[in-house]
Write a protein that binds this ligand. Structure first.
Ligand code: COI
Length: 361
């Protein structure tokens, strides 16, 4: 049963207990949380139930809660944007919820009713509308999450889950903002394996990526470029983002083969490229091909795409101790064009020809 009773109870934090809003110039990423959160619970008998908007606060878990032992945890990353005329807009929210339900299927977790959770999200953001920043580039980052809360130590899929949404006003994901990144091509650690959980937005994928990220940071790099787990030669992703290359005026990105996250920003770039009649190839490409293109001058640009960072241009790629500069170490014209177009659509400042934007109010 998907859901039994989806009335949303609202328990508001008294005005005098609401937090002071942070300075919008110093938001960083994921350091502050809005006053309220949405929660609902699932068990086999009742389906989804106890949906409520309540004050942001700690959740209480049994030490035997299965998420703490066996990692049934999935999440999403999405944003709310304040337009110049004061509206609050969401970007493709139902695509995020559809992806989350795909993650749920892979992790043996219950699916949730996407339209109803969208209504809950709108109500939550409406209540905390003062938390949606108005400074250019700042947004409200939305983190829907689902975890297994049943206390049990035998290994099986849990029979009780908590779903919640928390919201965090954020600035740029990388401290450098929208500027070229230095990328280390990771040829020993891998992120995901064929038949594994790489396409699911599940916590373990991020935990597994930390070691490579820490080592790359220590060497002065922004992020790592992941290669495939079998031959260590096919390009997969960059950090927590999808990756694109512009080679000989063609936009090239690896196909979604099960080990790559189906990014909403990735898909938006592909759809805009089609609208703009830019040739696109979704195909496997090797690090050897990229290095060759960097050497012969046919590699014009590269950029990562993700909700948190939007578009992150790659300024340098380091592979086997050699560093290759891309787009002269600056921001390539196509990276800039995608960044501007996506941001303008998200903030309601450009025609939304693909019907991606969903107003909260
Ligand atoms: C996102 O881009 O929204 C992500 O989920 C990345 C996250 C690690 C901040």
């Amino acid at each position: 049963m998907l859901h039994k009773d989806f009335e949303i109870a609202v328990n508001k934090l008294p005005e005098e207990q609401r937090k002071q809003k942070p300075d919008q110039d110093k938001l960083g990423f994921g350091q502050y949380y809005a006053d309220h959160m949405f929660t609902m619970r699932w068990n086999r008998q009742d389906g989804w139930h106890d949906a409520q908007i309540e004050p942001y606060g700690n959740i209480s878990l049994d030490p035997a809660a299965m998420v703490l032992h066996y990692g049934q945890a999935i999440f999403e990353g999405m944003k709310a944007y304040r337009s110049n005329d004061g509206r609050i807009l969401l970007f493709r929210p139902l695509d995020n919820f559809a992806r989350m339900n795909q993650s749920a299927l892979r992790m043996c977790m219950p699916r949730f009713p996407e339209e109803r959770v969208l209504q809950a999200l709108k109500a939550l953001i409406y209540l905390d509308q003062d938390w949606v920043p108005s400074e250019p580039g700042a947004t409200l980052y939305i983190r829907p999450t689902m975890v297994a809360i049943e206390p049990h130590l035998g290994l099986r899929s849990a029979e009780e889950y908590l779903f919640y949404i928390i919201n965090s006003p954020v600035g740029a994901y990388y401290s450098e903002g929208f500027s070229p990144t230095k990328i280390y091509v990771e040829d020993s650690y891998v992120r995901a394996v064929p038949g594994g959980v790489g396409f699911a937005k599940t916590a373990g994928n991020y935990a597994a990526s930390l070691k490579a990220q820490v080592e790359a940071h220590n060497k002065g790099f922004t992020q790592v470029l992941w290669l495939d787990a079998v031959e260590h030669k096919y390009i997969e992703e960059v950090g927590t983002s999808n990756i694109f290359f512009v080679i000989n005026d063609v936009l090239v990105t690896p196909p979604l083969g099960g080990s790559i996250l189906p990014g909403i920003t990735r898909d938006s770039v592909l759809k805009l490229a089609e609208e703009w009649e830019i040739p696109v190839e979704e195909r496997r490409l090797t690090i050897g091909e990229v290095i060759q293109a960097a050497e012969d001058g046919s590699l014009q640009e590269s950029f990562g795409t993700g909700t948190a960072a939007v578009i992150s241009p790659v300024g340098e790629l380091t592979y086997c101790e050699k560093t290759y500069t891309i787009a002269g170490g600056g921001i390539g014209p196509l990276s800039q064009r995608f960044y501007d177009a996506i941001q303008e659509i998200q903030f309601g400042a450009r025609e939304d020809s693909q019907n991606w934007v969903v107003p909260v109010c």
